[in-house]
Design a protein. Structure first.
Length: 120
């Protein structure tokens, strides 16, 4: 499995989860889906740049008390999730991580890769 395939699977799984989890909350669902789609096709450097921009936008939105702040936070949160899971793979290959992965990110990476497969 290539890193691009891995990232696509992480995004697809997260889209399914966001649609299910936020079906009653349009703002969170829209922010989550937009954040995930923004990650599609990006290499690790692009994901890192996107995360910085999304974090800046979320902080600014919160600071000015924008009415759609939760959408900006959901957007950033999903990008962070993708960066965490990708970081597990990068760390496994002795490459610099984008962010420190959470335990859930390690579990997700193991689920996507499978316990006996190796990423090339």
């Amino acid at each position: 499995m290539r890193l691009s395939q891995f990232t696509t699977q992480v995004i697809e799984d997260a889209i399914a989860m966001a649609n299910m989890t936020y079906r009653e909350n349009d703002m969170l669902r829209c922010g989550s889906l937009a954040g995930l789609e923004a990650c599609r096709g990006l290499e690790p450097d692009g994901l890192a740049t996107l995360l910085i921009a999304a974090n800046t936008a979320a902080v600014h939105s919160k600071r000015i008390r924008h009415p759609r702040t939760m959408e900006a936070i959901a957007f950033r949160t999903e990008i962070l999730w993708v960066c965490e899971v990708v970081s597990v793979v990068l760390d496994n290959q002795n490459l610099p991580k984008l962010v420190q992965p959470s335990p859930a990110a390690y579990m997700k990476a193991a689920e996507v890769i499978g316990s006996e497969q190796h990423l090339h």
